[in-house]
Design a protein around this ligand. Sequence first.
Ligand code: ATP
Ligand code: MG
Length: 400
Amino acid sequence: MRIGNSKEYFLMHKDIRVCLMDIDDEGNIGRVRRNEAEIEHFPLGGRMNDMKFHEWWRDRAIPKTRHGAKTALQKLGYSSTNSALVNNLALSLSDCYWIMPRESELEWKDVNLFTNDFVDTFGEITLNSDYIIDLRNKTRFNCATSQGELQKKWCIDESGRRYMIKGNYGESYQQSLNEMFASELHKMQGFDNYTKYSLVKLQTDMGSDGLGCMSYDFCGEKIECISAWELLQTIKLKQNESYYYPLKEVCLSLGMKEDEYTSFMDYQIMTDYLISNTDRHMNNISIIRNPDTLELLGFAPIYDSGNSMFYNVSYKDLSRVKISDIKTHSFVEKESRLLQYVRNRDCVDLEKADIDFKVFEKDILERRVRIPLLKELFDKKKMSLLAFQSGKDIWKNNKH
Ligand SMILES: Nc1ncnc2c1ncn2[C@@H]1O[C@H](COP(=O)(O)OP(=O)(O)OP(=O)(O)O)[C@@H](O)[C@H]1O
Ligand SMILES: [Mg+2]
């Protein structure tokens, strides 16, 4: 086993040095010395203690389990996703943190990915390696229970705007198509705080075309995002407690108005219910803030609605789905119970929810049998929401 050499780095928030830390060759951090004078700029998730800060750092690396990550690491010669992180100065397109070798004279303007050109080699390889082709040749659905694992790649368009491309897990394109479907719903509702997704063709090594989706970066030099998960690391949580109220407490302590929290959550919970999004976990909700003034700007536009519309249910099982039994990864496990948090049941207009199912025709598999079944389930969800709007607490009734 190789004994790693440690090197000293500053953790930077733009040009502010928030701490000095040792990082070894594997990308693991050792001793951390915080700059108390700039503690306000220290990552919220790592404030409580060093253990939390180590977790914050680990979470920053691309998950080892991301599809194609192993192949990409080998091809690029990194020993781990953490060492890849160090090699890229831990820069991101979602916030303004980065690391600077102690002796270096680099500045934010020289390194940041918002204004400096970059090529996301890691993303390139995870999206375009043989691995994706292997996935497409599979005949069975894989149940996508793991998170943060879709292949992704950041790109720059001709006008300099940054955008993210996401692939799909498994051999269907439904996760990407679902992002389009969700975007359409928010557009029809006249709700504007959502991330707009578009379809993109992906090229595989074999030269065949596949589908993915893209969204423009909602962050920039003046906007950075912090996940709900990170916010929750700033307080003590009771075991098995729903995160809804703790998250509210943190958001309010950062200056959010109670009404803003409630109306955003009401809308998100109701629309997620309608499209059966079962993955609104705490990394799929974020707030945005100004990285210079640290002023809270509100919720990040709704993103990542791909794990919805029964994407992981095979058409054979679709007719057996009981909508009252749907399980979700969110504040509570039972989907219908999420509705108990909703204060304003009229925040979604069901007259404006006739989304075109044509988008699902772009899928390659099962589409002829699948689409009518999806539509049926969607209509059931709509009926159920209508009952909810007329006063029925549907989570108390198992007959739906
Ligand atoms: N358009 C965007 N602008 C800025 N940041 C983004 C954008 N899209 C995604 N992100 C960031 O990248 C992370 C991963 O993206 P996303 O949630 O869409 O991927 P995912 O693999 O489907 O995630 P998971 O399966 O873990 O929920 C998000 O949690 C968010 O922090
Ligand atoms: Mg996500």
